[in-house]
Design a protein around this ligand. Structure first.
Ligand SMILES: [Cu+2]
Length: 314
């Protein structure tokens, strides 16, 4: 797994993010310069020598600095920003070869990889794997309320709207794990709705995609096998799919390869046996209001078996 990259707008690792960062710096430096000059003029106007003070209070100066300058400065910024926006629209006119449907759910992300004809190759959750250096289109939708995808190091921020598909272009120029999050308040657990983009060299990405499309392997005899039996008895399959096992619920995240994910519940817990046990026993504690019931009735040994089974789904 590539290394984690800090989640920061100030560290752009791909084209759309770099273009936005350029605008950020122009606005920030321009705004800072204007601020410094205005503060200096204020100081002079209050405590400066009398001739300077009277010069500053001339009508001509007030009109030039108070009306003409802001109009010119804001117009220049507008033209600059429109220029970059037009450049972005031009460079994104052709659809990208890699298209991934990302649907916001309360409070996680459904991720579907599409083939050239728009058929679903694979469904997973909360993690988007992309090839390094290639443009990728995220087709954004929502299953419920308005969410927003924000991946500051790779792209801008774009809303996910019910009944409408928005397209977000991104390109990761270096291998890495890029964190993102929901940026539109969507309910109680909005703050625990993170996602990760995993960028790998194209060959590694192709291999990952091929592996991820395989159904789940049968569990080893022992606790894992007992875990699968418990998974069936407890009817986790009402909400979860594990391809190859008969479980085909769609209300919650696909768990076919849940063991290979970085985190659980959209960045709420690091993945691992302990976290899986804690999550299954009491998701309402880890993420209050979440759309999965707590299973406090399982014994410690049963939880361990379930977690062992899920952790083995790689
Ligand atoms: Cu959200």
């Amino acid at each position: 797994m590539p290394a984690q990259v800090a989640q920061s707008t100030l560290q752009a690792h791909g084209e759309p993010a770099a273009q936005i960062l350029g605008i950020t710096w122009v606005l920030f430096i321009g705004g800072a310069l204007v601020f410094v000059v205005v503060m200096a003029l204020c100081a002079v106007a209050i405590a400066g020598p009398a001739p300077l003070r009277s010069w500053l209070s001339q009508r001509r100066f007030v009109v030039a600095a108070g009306i003409v300058f802001p109009v010119l400065a804001l117009t220049a910024l507008l033209v600059h920003t429109f220029g970059i926006a037009a450049q972005m629209v031009r460079s994104q006119a052709q659809p990208a070869a890699t298209r991934i449907q990302v649907t916001g759910e309360l409070w996680w992300w459904r991720v579907r990889y599409l083939d050239a004809d728009g058929h679903v190759l694979l469904e997973t959750a909360n993690e988007i794997h992309v090839p390094v250096g290639e443009p990728v289109d995220l087709l954004l939708a929502s299953a419920d309320v308005v969410h927003s995808v924000w991946l500051p190091s790779l792209a801008g921020k774009l809303d996910m709207l019910p009944g409408h598909v928005n397209r977000l272009r991104l390109r990761a120029d270096a291998a890495g794990v890029y964190r993102g999050q929901c940026a539109e308040f969507c309910g109680a657990q909005h703050a625990r709705m993170a996602l990760h983009v995993v960028a790998q060299p194209p060959e590694a990405h192709a291999r990952w995609l091929q592996d991820a499309r395989q159904p789940a392997a049968d569990p080893q005899p022992g606790p894992a096998q007992r875990g699968r039996a418990l998974f069936e008895q407890a009817r986790c399959s009402v909400c979860h799919t594990v391809r190859g096992s008969g479980a085909n619920g769609t209300l919650g995240p696909d768990l076919t390869h849940v063991g290979s994910r970085l985190t659980l519940a959209a960045g709420t817990l690091p993945n691992g046996i302990g976290s899986l046990e804690a999550w299954i026993a009491d998701p309402q504690h880890a993420k209050p209001g979440v759309r999965m019931p707590s299973y406090r009735r399982f014994s410690g040994e049963e939880l361990r078996a379930l977690a062992t089974y899920l952790e083995g789904l790689r």
